[in-house]
Write a protein that binds this ligand. Sequence first.
Ligand code: SF4
Length: 492
Amino acid sequence: MVTIHTTSGKRGALTVDFPQQEQDLITGQKPSDHCAVVGVISNEQAYGYLVSSLKSLQHRGQESAGIAAYDGSMMKLKKGMGLVSDVFNEKENPISGNVGIGHTRYSTMGTKTLENAGPFVVSSASGYLAISHNGEITNAEQLSEELKKRGATFSTSSDTEVMLMELSKEIAENGVANGMKIAMSKLKGAYSAAFMIDDRLFAIRDPMGIRPLILGKTGNTYVVASESCVMDVLGGETIRDVLPGEVVEITPIGPKRILIASSRVEAHCMFEYVYFARPDSIIDNIEVFETRIKLGRVLADESMVEADVVIPVPDSGRAQALGYSQRSGIVYSEGLIKNRYSGRTFIMPSQVQRTASIKMKLNAIRSVVEGKRIILVDDSIVRGNTMRHIVMLLRKAGATEVHVRIGSPEIIAPCYFGVDMKTKDQFIARGKTNQEITEEIGADSLAYISIDGLVKSIGMPKQNLCLSCLTGEYPVNIPGEKYLYQKDLTNY
Ligand code: SF4
């Protein structure tokens, strides 16, 4: 057992179980989302629901997993590095309690250590507070300095701990509803969170609604989760999305709104629809799979080329390739096979190993490819290494032409809202012409969907989407970057 820090605790230390396994995790070829969050309140044990929910959200983070639950007198916490199934076993219940939250992480802020893994728990004057957070607080450094001046101490480099300490301070001084309102007016950036005060469970979403968050129900168990696919897995139903700027308390008889921002400018992450979210999820009333099919259709409208077969990059380009095939009338076929047992690219500790791992991961099917003009479809290109390798694979297998079609516009700018695209020089499309990128990946032609085509496919008003990594204009003030809205968005 390890004791974690307390603030002005009204109770003793927490019990925390940290398995001693850590890995050097390295970013892979696709951008990764920050985290998944889940919260459960039930008349049964919350643990099994939490583990199943986290497993169905594993795509949002594979670095660590954690669960905190309140058993009537204590807040218990267990977390570890690795997949949910590495850390938790549904058959055992090491964390009793009817109310709990869970988290899986892929870090974009703070170091990749167990201390920075969620959930975060603190014993405060208001009781035990626990939080699971998806997103990124863009003013975390400034807030942590202010909190330190007022006597707060931090035991990690995570922005989530800053968010928790801010909530802790304001709730202790101003009560639950007012405290949250004040804290949220100070927090900038992206945050969808499951939050607990002892046995009370809350869902919190930032005023721009950058990351998804839904409420659901299965029997007498209420759930808050990053994506609606959780409710299908649990055999329940989605009640609704948590609205941008909303705080909902999830009670044993259902959700109850605590507060909502009086003004908000929505900026839903376009990448959730393009790549991050599970295709079977519905985010802000828009189905992810259907959106990806539409992206493929619009891509075909915008950049048709004569070819014999449409081939997806597995698994990320499948729905877009299907849409492209439907609209173009060109036959769809799997032409690349993915080795599911080759290990995760992102944990490979060197570029050499990562390159070898990519080779191990994909192979071309000669009978589909040989002598054919191919349209190769993927959802996005960030660095371009994988795409270059795939084009080469197809040529080696006998493709006569390879035309690359991408279901998102050129990514040219960093994300500050919880996605691991941080440095400007990593983007293959930044500062290059289409011809230069085409040559770099070795294709015969390359086309990205337009921003208007992307917006049309998602079907949400353009001003309600975050497109910052495509435009370099941000909906919050980021030092050194263009500020899109020129006004404070977090009015409560
Ligand atoms: S910058 Fe890009 S990846 Fe980040 S939240 Fe905005 S749309 Fe999503």
